[in-house]
Ligand binder design. Structure first.
Ligand SMILES: C[S@@+](CC[C@H](N)C(=O)[O-])C[C@H]1O[C@@H](n2cnc3c(N)ncnc32)[C@H](O)[C@@H]1O
Length: 221
């Protein structure tokens, strides 16, 4: 409790607002229609592949497990999973334009993924409760943490809602560029425990070694 209070919040940014993402995905939607460009893959393709590889090789995850991508954007992480044979995939995002884009890409690739426009912070208790074996988050907790108003409350609400939508002992695979491994473990520690760290490239600066991206597998307590 003491340590969580000591967490310093991130500098607020427009990347924390729905308006920003809706505008960004409007541009990406047009680019997809005009040029077939699927748009930004956050943290790069290698990062998505590391997550997919972990899921494919884990004894805890089966191909028909219900998997939800929280803040799925263009849905490319789910596309990779569908190509690997996962069959029970859902993507949610609060941006209608993101979901339009993700659906267009899915149709073009002849895949089956459920997509829904949903604000993860406003999921009520009757919807999606304890439905998912695995939740994925690549950059969404980062976006929530950057909200210009009440970011700490929003982060905490996010953690609670993710906990609620997971089945008992469900997994959250979270990838962040704004929080370190230690900070993520601390933020989620009341509701989740650390199961695994997905190795990410390290950099060295001033004799210290660190990671630009943190990728963790947490398990619902
Ligand atoms: C950094 S982008 C990452 C997109 C995608 N996960 C990827 O890896 O390419 C953050 C995403 O989170 C979505 N997002 C942010 N806050 C959200 C919320 N409260 N509910 C649903 N989606 C949200 C944004 O619309 C955006 O698609």
């Amino acid at each position: 409790m003491f340590e969580e209070q000591a967490t310093e919040e991130l500098m607020p940014s427009e990347l924390g607002t729905k308006e920003y993402w809706n505008e960004a995905y409007l541009v990406e939607k047009k680019n997809f229609i005009e040029y077939g460009d699927v748009g930004e893959v956050w943290f790069g393709e290698d990062s998505a592949l590391r997550i997919v590889r972990w899921l494919c090789s884990s004894d805890l995850v089966k191909q028909d497990d219900s998997i939800i991508d929280l803040g799925c954007g263009n849905g490319m992480l789910l596309v990779e999973l569908a190509r690997e044979g996962f069959i029970n995939l859902t993507g949610v995002d609060y941006s209608q334009n993101a979901i339009d884009l993700a659906e267009s890409i899915m149709k073009m690739q002849n895949l089956t993924i459920r997509y829904e426009v949903r604000d993860i912070l406003s999921i009520d208790d009757t919807v999606m409760s304890r439905e998912y074996a695995v939740a994925l988050d690549k950059g969404t907790y980062d976006a929530v943490s950057l909200h210009p108003e009440d970011s700490k409350e929003k982060r905490e609400k996010y953690i609670l809602n993710v906990w609620k939508l997971l089945k008992p002992q469900g997994l959250l695979v979270i990838t962040s560029c704004n929080w370190t491994e230690k900070e993520l473990i601390l933020h989620f520690s009341t509701k989740f425990c650390l199961l695994s760290v997905i190795p990410t490239p390290t950099f060295q600066f001033g004799g210290k070694t660190g990671n630009v991206i943190s990728s963790l597998v947490l398990q619902k307590k």
